[in-house]
Design a protein around this ligand. Sequence first.
Ligand SMILES: *Cc1c(COP(=O)(O)O)cnc(C)c1O
Length: 352
Amino acid sequence: MSDIIVEKSSVELPENLIFGKILTPHVFEMDYSGKDGQWINPAIKELKNLELSPAAMVFHYGQAIFEGLKAYKRVDGKIGLFRPEKNFERLNRSARRMCIPEFDEEMVLNALKELIKLDQDWIPTKPGYSLYIRPLVFGMDPLLGVKPSQDYKFIIMLSPVGPYYPEGFKPVPILATDKYVRAVRDGVGDCKTAGNYAASLYAQVEAKKQGFTQVLFLDAIEKKYVEEVGTMNFFVHFKDEVATAKLNGSILPGITRLSVLQILKEWNYNVSERNISIDEIFEAHENGNLVELFGTGTAAVISSISKLKYRDNEILFDQEEPGELGMRLYKELSDIQYGVKEDTRNWITYVE
Ligand SMILES: *Cc1c(COP(=O)(O)O)cnc(C)c1O
């Protein structure tokens, strides 16, 4: 690792941080050399624009994978990461599926800690604020033939962020669609790979036009079962059960999802991972068996859902007040992340 000496200047962050707009001054970078068959030149560097051939494979064939996690300034003054080993494990899973060479997870986690230490003045301290961490790996070969790239770039960039929804923990309206699908089983829906997000944009834009914040995608084969929201896993709180879609190969295995499942089991909820049809949700609502809906993901942690629309049917919840369980989960997770509550599950990795 190159040791660059950087003058510490006091960092002034704008009041309104737009998610992912500001990058800190440093990145971690390494390269994969197909010729050497290994990752080389790991280094922390100053952030600058990349120079790539217009033929670079990533632009044409989308061989790109990424992650999203956060560092928190905790109430004890320490910096904590939430289950970061899970993110690097998942990045290597995505790598295998996308024919990208795997990397040493421990080495990269240590490099990330060094990077965060260097740019620690950029971690906002206000409640709900954090440092978003974006690892990215992509194929670089300047070659127009379709095949796996030989050479790759690995970059970790950091971005100070505020709460995902500027309004705070306010419930959001969601549109379920059977017009477009996000991913199909045995495809790449369970990888954090660029094309999945490109594939979801059109449906997102249409939903926005109709006043919805996000899209709930159904399974691509029967268009019957709920899968997930653009960047969040989806939970249904029935009267006697809390359910989420089971990991069937087209759903992203969220780390927030995994953590929420564990917490709910500890809280003695009847938890299940199973097929949930969209019709079942509307029927439960009619029968008075539906309590609340929420999404889970690193960016917003928990998103309470105010409204679900599907075809001509709508379920309306309290438009202002988030559901009780979603709220309780949000508090539990953020209390662990910010160190308000003891980390009894060993989910926090300290940067020190
Ligand atoms: C990242 C992501 C999630 C949430 O995963 P977390 O690990 O909880 O942040 C859910 N769905 C999709 C499609 C995602 O990209």
